[in-house]
Design a protein. Structure first.
Ligand code: R1P
Ligand code: URA
Length: 292
């Protein structure tokens, strides 16, 4: 029997667009670029030969257009995994639910999603300006723990090794981290050999959860020292950002291909940052557009 989704569960606006994104099903391309900053959407779309739609609601700005003959949708997610929950569920609904009948479509449509973001580097091989591709993500956000099938798609041995290394239990830096792989095929195609492949912590905040201490002390003052020293089966943690785990996790559960690549704008080891990164991130955007 086909699954039916009532109006309280899948909210559709009066104009037939999906609730938060305000995107209509016919506007969604199979190839999707996700960015955090709504301002970055125009930067991506500035490379398009034509635009077929442009819509904006809250932090979600969407443009669909064509790049070298490829139909691509670019969407901003704002900051954080909570927004990725909204964006991924609404994109998947646009692709795989019939908005007229509110039933799941017979034929599954797979999306290819690449997030282009900014991040903080944690290792000597991730100085400011490096492009780091998240081969694995460690989710500090807890999002995937609300979905069935989480244990089937996560690397449980890696999770145990990481938790043992950190020595966290009870309320200390809860909820329990989950470890999830990006799409290997997509990483091979987009990252090739000129981007650093690493393990990314997707944190539930920019300050405390990434070990930044301003006026309020951290629960675990040794957090980042331990993170930088952690090693498991040759993997070291390379960077902090805030969305890659939810993107990789929900994509795996939904059957889509996804990956995240970020440009390092702050190196936490040597305490340096660069806020004038617009030109460098445009190089990354162009590389992804060519390879997606
Ligand atoms: C924090 O400044 C934001 O920057 C990073 C983090 O993941 C977080 O969203 O990515 P974006 O530049 O894509 O937003
Ligand atoms: N984005 C993050 O989440 N952390 C950083 O340090 C830089 C960008």
């Amino acid at each position: 029997m086909k699954k039916y989704f009532p109006s309280s569960e899948l909210i559709i606006n009066e104009d037939g667009s999906v609730f938060h994104l305000h995107v209509k099903p016919e506007w969604l391309a199979d190839k999707v670029i996700l960015v955090g900053d709504p301002g970055r959407v125009a930067l991506v779309a500035s490379h398009f030969e034509n635009k077929e739609c442009e819509v904006e609601s809250r932090e979600f700005k969407t443009i669909t257009g064509t790049y070298k003959g490829k139909r691509i949708t670019v969407v901003s997610t704002g900051i954080g995994c909570d927004n990725i929950d909204i964006v991924m569920n609404e994109l998947d609904a646009l692709a795989n639910i019939d908005f007229e009948t509110r039933e799941e479509k017979e034929q599954f449509r797979q999306l290819e999603l690449v997030r282009i973001g900014t991040c903080g580097g944690l290792q000597p091989n991730t100085p400011v300006g490096t492009f780091v591709c998240s081969q694995k993500s460690i989710g500090f956000d807890g999002l995937l723990n609300f979905y069935a099938g989480r244990n089937a798609v996560c690397d449980l041995a890696f999770e145990r090794a990481f938790l043992n290394h950190m020595g966290w239990s009870g309320n200390m830096c809860a909820p329990a981290p989950y470890v999830i792989d990006a799409s290997e095929e997509l990483i091979d195609r987009v990252a090739k050999d000129d981007m650093v492949r690493g393990v990314t912590i997707a944190a539930g905040g920019f300050f405390g959860p990434q070990g930044r201490e301003l006026r309020i002390p951290l629960a675990d003052p040794k957090q980042n020292d331990k993170i930088e020293a952690f090693e498991y089966k040759g993997f070291k943690i390379t960077n902090f950002e805030m969305e890659s785990s939810a993107l990789a996790g929900l994509s795996r559960l939904m059957g889509h291909k996804a990956m995240t690549v970020c440009m390092v704008i702050a190196n936490r080891l040597i305490k340096e940052a660069n806020t004038g990164y617009k030109n460098t991130i445009d190089t990354l955007i162009q590389t992804v557009l060519d390879r997606i």
